[in-house]
Design a protein around this ligand. Sequence first.
Ligand code: TMP
Length: 209
Amino acid sequence: MKKGKFIAFEGGEGSGKSTILEMIYNYFIENNVECIKTREPGGIKISEDIRKIILDKNNTQMDAKTEALLYAAARRQHLVEKVIKELEQGKIVLCDRFVYSSLVYQGYARGLGIEEIYNINKFAIDEYMPDLNIFFDVSPEVGLARINKNKDREVNRLDLEKMDFHYKVREGYIKLCEANKETFIKIDAEKSIDEVFESVKSKIIKFIK
Ligand code: TMP
């Protein structure tokens, strides 16, 4: 039986969601809140191995449906091997991306269809959805400029997409966020790190109370 809270951090490239996730995680640990942090695609060995294949800059020939299936496969293994177990122990699971990333990137931006991508993901996740999705909204110009400034972050295959793809990603998130207001919170991620952190922290605390 699921007891914890499953919170997904969503957004386009350079939205700052991973930085804020780390800050929220540290805040919870300092305040003795039982919590783990993890990411998609990845979080466990098999899914991290799949991540390497998906994001390899040399895999330019990868078919869009192959990509979608690999994300779903990585998601399945991560969910059953880690996320569900932690939730069953009553923990808060902070997950860097989950199923909405696939709906937006593969379904909407790549044009495979949100419905179609949801269907293959239903098979992968048994309709296991996050209790809360936090969408870090940033314009592609600001997001990509942040990535280019951050020399430690390796540029991956999806960063190299044309600008139009990144506009579609943002548009897709805005649409899905609007359509699923009961489980989505939108954050203005162009604000300073401290402002974004305070805003996300107060919203999560309100949600888990
Ligand atoms: P990250 O940079 O946030 O770690 O995510 C890796 C890339 O994978 C990012 O460009 C978004 C992309 N992605 C998808 O296209 N579909 C998915 O389902 C997931 C989880 C990530």
